[in-house]
Design a protein around this ligand. Sequence first.
Ligand SMILES: [Fe+2]
Length: 500
Amino acid sequence: MENERKNVIHMGNFDSMEDFLASGTPVAQYAPQTSLGAWKKLAEKAKKENPMNLRPDIAYCIVLNPDKEKETRIREEYAKLGIDTPLEIFKAVDGKNPQVNFNYNLFEGWKIRSQNDFWNREITQGEVGCALSHLSIWMTASQQGFGSVLILEEDFKVLRPWPDAEFAWPENWDWQYTMLYLGRNAVKPDKRKLTDYLVEPDYSYTTHAYLLTAAGVQRLLEQNFQNYICAVDEFLPATYTDHPRGDMDFVYQDTFCASVIDHVIGQTSNSESSTTENTDSAENYKTPSATPISKSERLYPELFDISDWEAWKKRWIHESARTKEWDLITDEPVTDVFTFPIFTKEFCEKIIQEAEHCAQWERKRHEFYPTTDMLLEKFGFDEIYHKVLVEYVYPMAKHMWQIEGSIWDDLESENFMIKYDANVQGHLSLHHDNGSISCVLALNDDFKGGGTYFWRQKKLHNGAVGHISVHPSVITHRHGGRPVEEGQRFIIVSFCNKRR
Ligand SMILES: [Fe+2]
């Protein structure tokens, strides 16, 4: 992450993106081939001929290392669309040595433990260059005041001529798209059919051919994408639908996105998305071509199979816990904080992976002390975890504190996994929990720093992997999460209360 931060370029003279855009400063090393005046004239002519303005004012094609030969090929391909919208060749920002005149930062904490190969690695230089290229075009389009802009990537392939009639909007519709895919790779089934030719898409990949209206450009710029650069085809869907990675839910969903059913523009070079080339029938659009995440898909079904409860416990519950000899196995590292080993290390590693695979992280569930967390029910583990609390944790608590009454045998609990990340949200301020007792299960130890600090007791507790610690939540045990200095710390927390 440190290396990547070196890429940040400081422009210094402008306080905000708005000021920067207003200044007219070129956004990237890019020499427009057509003067602004010529563009405007062409756009006005096109509008006169086509008052519905269904054609873009300008088209940009992002090209890495453009040369004459490439440009000729691209212009020949573009001509197949049969529209007179001028085409600009936009020299792609080189991800290895990005030259842009504005500040940017990479998405912190992009790499997660996921089965999705686009998410379980750092952001690539190619993705950075590509994202900065798209962002530069949006900024340029805003500076130039275009009504609509078509954005292409150099491997685009025209599948059929520009179909004006398909973009006509039914009268009296109050829903107008601000972004329109001319081709894409649908990951999830579409939300709804808008017209005979257009759908409202759900999560989709690829950005080789899309159109933005002026409002669309403005809305994208207001997202401040420059502060969390990641693959642009991960960012764009987050502006119009729920991104499967819950940690992108801070992005405003104010893009109105439509997509042609019968793709107009496909892509030649990317095997992942080459299905767009074949999508020449209305039926194909219904078939998701890739499913990066699905709640029903489980990495380790064995964690969820409790058909033989005794066998399940033997496999995943620590042998100490299984003795239930609380006086023998329980430690009290901090006054009234009881700990004992409850799960095996293998369980802990696998449950982290299962959560990362589900990737429904949220950052705003707890109003006053927000954490990056995910309810266990999101990946179908809540009931099993409750069963374990009832069998091991509540009996231990009753015994160690000598609490009486059957009401303590089966508390109701909110169970969730927290991810502290040194780069994202590495700590939690001092607080009281919302429960009679709280449980913290440590899931990993490959991080630096971290741990639960008990303020009144003046002690830090960093549990061993698979050990659970239980403390009274109110009054006496005000506590906080010490900052994680390096890596990620995963814990499962339960707030337990008596049932009413
Ligand atoms: Fe807490």
